[in-house]
Design a protein around this ligand. Structure first.
Ligand SMILES: [Zn+2]
Ligand SMILES: [Zn+2]
Length: 411
């Protein structure tokens, strides 16, 4: 059993989120909604997301009050964050996403000026620029050494720095002499720390996790997160990333992510890396190349065997969101009335979702007459015993119980 977390000494944080000005994002993402649902989830610190977008940035400036690089909306702290998409040619076409943590409004405005000379940032919360990875890091460091640049969801096929379709085989190839200014990477949902431990180049990098949420709903927001020692300043956060002194990360089961296995969504076909090898990476339905997922890509780039554990690692908690568990227990969809009713009643009894997922004991649940089946699934989730049929080619993995183990991977 993993250690219980003392919620009073830590901050559950999610820095990779988006505003309503990003494509494919909920149009109801406002600071009110973010704060309301972050508290219900059990998050104590958020990134603003989308600081490059003029309208969202205006809201940040007008509504948030700064203290030590934390920006408060009422009593709830944010740090200034955003995501940039770099699309350029280096031998072949490259597409990478980077999350930025920014120390303050003034530095955010300097980044805006730099980007405005290169292109536009008003059409999407995650704007695209034709700048190489190493040049971008160099320019950011010229603006401020306190900007933190985190390669986002590093394994996703299309926009991860290690992605199979348009990424690199190493961080060095991407960031060159600027690699020393990259201190951490984001695992993305389809990979967990154990998978990343196998990569030699990540040995001295902090392995952190955020949700990349496109809404404020608690089955998206904070589904992956990083737990920091309690601090009330931006520098307190950055130092914990750079010195690897943060507490732990929250991960989903990697099979739950949208790109864990190889496959074709439209052909309704997915397979493990071993199976994919036998097929020479060709889809048996349409006879075209499969979208190579994260499990396969890690295998290609790994130096160490499966199960390798480096000397210094951070604990991590593998959890599916409570909505998924309730959906399994009740046999109805995540957004059904029945699921919401149980969700709201559990939150009412136990305060927030992370407390329910990580801390509340079987006895405490029973004392409040929580549903037996739901208690079982929550405990099973905590013990990482829920099976997930792996996601592929943009399709989420599916959590399963009962006799479904024949179809799925056992975790
Ligand atoms: Zn991204
Ligand atoms: Zn196909």
């Amino acid at each position: 059993m993993k250690e219980k977390i003392n919620f009073n000494n830590v901050l559950f944080a999610d820095f990779h989120i988006h505003s309503r000005f990003s494509r494919a994002c909920s149009t109801n993402i406002t600071f009110d909604n973010l704060v309301k649902w972050a508290k219900i989830k059990g998050l104590q610190l958020l990134g603003t997301g989308d600081f490059t977008h003029p309208l969202w940035f205006k809201e940040i400036k007008e509504n948030l009050k700064e203290k030590n690089g934390f920006y408060y909306y009422q009593d709830f702290p944010f740090i200034i964050t955003g995501e940039i998409s770099l699309i350029y040619t280096q031998g072949r076409g490259r597409r990478i996403h980077l999350v930025l943590l920014v120390p303050n409004i003034e530095i955010a405005e300097k980044i805006h000026s730099y980007l405005d000379a290169k292109g536009r940032r008003d059409y999407d919360g995650r704007p695209i620029f034709k700048i190489s990875g190493d040049e971008f890091v160099k320019e950011m460091m010229n603006i401020s050494k306190d900007i933190e640049i985190i390669p986002a969801h590093i394994w996703t096929p299309y926009f991860g720095v290690f992605g199979s379709m348009s990424g690199f085989d190493s961080l060095k190839e991407c960031f060159k002499e600027q690699l020393e200014n990259i201190h951490s990477i984001e695992t993305g949902m389809s990979s967990d720390p154990e998978m990343n431990w196998r990569i030699k180049e990540l040995e001295d990098k902090a392995i952190i996790s955020f949700s990349d949420s496109h809404s404020f709903w608690p089955f998206r927001l904070g589904r992956e997160a990083t737990i920091f020692e309690k601090t009330d300043s931006y520098s307190g956060i950055i130092n914990q990333i750079r010195n690897k002194t943060f507490v732990a990360t929250i991960e989903t089961e990697p099979a739950y992510g949208k790109y864990h296995w190889d496959g074709h969504r439209l052909c309704n076909f997915s397979c493990s890396p071993e199976e994919s090898k036998k097929l020479n990476g060709i889809c048996p339905v349409c006879k075209k190349s499969l979208t190579i997922g994260v499990d396969n890509r890690v295998e290609q780039l790994a130096l160490h065997k499966k199960g390798f554990k480096p000397e210094r690692t951070k604990p991590f908690y593998k959890l599916l969101p409570l909505h998924e568990l309730l959906s399994l227990a009740l046999g109805s969809s995540m957004e059904s009335k029945a699921v919401w009713k149980e969700y709201n009643s559990l939150i009412e009894m136990f305060g927030n979702e992370f407390n329910i997922l990580l801390n509340v004991s079987r006895e405490e649940f029973a004392r409040k007459n929580a549903n037996e089946k739901i208690i079982d699934i929550i405990i099973k989730n905590r013990e990482e015993k829920i099976k997930v049929q792996p996601g592929y080619d943009g399709e989420y993995g599916k959590a399963m119980i009962g006799n479904a183990e024949k179809q799925g991977k056992l975790f």
